[in-house]
Design a protein around this ligand. Sequence first.
Ligand code: MLT
Length: 263
Amino acid sequence: MRVKLTQLSMAHDDMGSRAPVLFIHGYPLNRRMWQPQMDDLWDVARLLAVDLRGHGESEAPPGPYSMDALADDCAEFLEAMRVRQPVVVCGLSMGGYVAMAFYRRHRARVGGLIFTATRAAADSEAARAARNTAIVTAQTHGVAAIAESMLPKLFAPATYDHNPALVARVKAMMLQTALAGVLGVLPALRDRADSTPMLPEIAVPTLVIHGEADAIVPLAEAQAMHAAIPNARLAIVPQAGHLPNLEQPARFNAAVRDFLETL
Ligand code: MLT
């Protein structure tokens, strides 16, 4: 399904009819990464999964983008879908950065937060330099080169060994991302604000979920977020890397279901 926003047409899925949960994917993925959640959690929530601008089947307006713009797209999307009640925002990695920007800018709309495989800190100088290198790589060699560079870091060793079909599926998902989307969003990742000072101000129930073997965002980042947010719980997913919702869907879904049932 698609909905027309001011700057783009946004692709999304919408399942179930209870309290709304907004799922925001990581970079450079799309809403299909939430399939195991859409299949399982529809009885406890209304599941809304979006393709951010420049990703999946959403349009890619000209860049550069910003986390604030991505968060504002989500707010406009909820408005267009007539979602008036507070929403639980569940973001993975970059989706978590968007969720933080969303909380900063649209706090009254948020009833809960789920931070998955993400961090509050801004990019370090080294990480910012790596984003600039990635921009040149994408311009010269395309999205395939970005996918090749990310693929070896995304999963836990057990996933590479036992679930090659998942690895192939995620690679295909990355290859579907438009070059304009990758080039639009890399500056947004590079220049995003430090959300660490906001963590103690988070006034809604929060679940932090992290793969034990995440090679992109170390587990210590999740533990620090959990410690800094007043009403937070932490779920560590064993035998999962950066995509715990896909690598260990049963464990991930159980943690989300438990959390949603407490709200
Ligand atoms: C993601 O999975 O969204 C990215 O790894 C986030 C990042 O590069 O900071």
